[in-house]
Design a binder for this molecule. Structure first.
Ligand code: GLN
Length: 283
């Protein structure tokens, strides 16, 4: 079969699993013949050799089984950076750029801020912040050592030397330090949420947080108080139906100035809150 026919054939097969079947087909075929996508348009009549067609078939089967394109290609674009991703890391989502934007509002361009990213995964959020705020020192933490290696690789590959990656549970590896801004895209999907079926290829530990999806956020609201400077901020991504609950979890623990942001679809998805500048308690 020639290139154009292969693209048509694969596109039709991917329609049931992908929102962008033709694009996926082109990317997979380009990889199978080890050529850029532009080659496909210039040479629609080329006949790839049987080994290339077999390589294409193997990746099409993975896609049909529900694997995200990012795991098959090993990369995902986020904040204009090409990031390595593996099945140990969540695939960065476009909505998470809202989390980055809100965090950046709290980080001066002209001062050396200490920023902490908890549950960094591929490092997407930490690296985007480090890229936009070169004077800041960004510490990225993840429980999964493999994810931390991916984040370190991505920091190096994007020439970001203001990021330090650490393995550990939430704030445990930085419990003796203080930060101006703590940011997190934690797991926030409820156990048993039917949406999980479509996310089966991604790490459950990065997605699921207890019966109501709020276990990780409750923990963060608690432990981040201990590593945030007075006047500093916490910035959290959450589910569209969790904004009120997140605000409650934060305010009952003493966080103030609760500020909610919506994603591109108009859904409330990011909440920021401030640690009071002065301790209200009197000794
Ligand atoms: N945004 C992801 C989704 O619902 C969930 C990510 C997360 O739990 N942090 O597809």
């Amino acid at each position: 079969m020639h290139i154009e026919a292969l693209i048509r054939d694969v596109t039709a097969r991917l329609e049931s699993v992908s929102d962008s079947p033709r694009l996926d087909a082109e990317i997979l075929l380009g990889r199978a013949i080890d050529m850029p996508r532009s080659y496909l348009f210039a040479h629609p009549e080329d006949q790839p050799d049987p080994a290339a067609v077999e390589r294409l078939e193997q990746t099409v089967l993975r896609r049909l089984a529900g694997e995200p394109m990012a795991y098959i290609t090993g990369v995902k674009e986020f904040w204009s950076m090409e990031l390595a991703v593996t099945p140990a890391t969540l695939v960065p989502r476009p909505e998470t750029e809202i989390l980055v934007e809100r965090a950046l509002e709290a980080i001066s361009r002209k001062a050396e801020f200490d920023v902490l990213d908890l549950g960094t995964g591929s490092g997407a959020v930490a690296l985007a912040i480090a890229k936009e705020r070169r004077l800041s020192r960004v510490t990225a933490v993840d429980l999964c050592p493999h994810a931390v290696r991916v984040a370190e690789h991505n920091a190096r590959a994007n020439d970001l030397d203001n990021v330090t990656c650490l393995v550990g549970a939430w704030t445990a590896p930085v419990s003796d330090r203080a930060f101006d801004v703590v940011v997190s895209n934690p797991p926030y999907v409820a156990e048993g949420d039917p949406a999980l079926d479509a996310l089966a290829a991604e790490p459950r530990s990065a997605l699921v947080a207890g019966a109501d999806g709020l276990d990780a956020i409750r923990r963060l609201a608690e432990v981040c108080l201990g590593v945030t400077r007075p006047g500093g901020w916490i910035v959290l991504e959450h589910g569209a139906d969790q904004a009120d609950a997140v605000a409650r979890e934060l305010s009952t623990r003493g966080w103030t100035s609760i500020d909610l942001r919506r994603d591109y679809a108009g859904l409330p998805r990011v909440t920021a809150a401030q640690k009071p500048a002065l301790d209200a308690e009197v000794c």
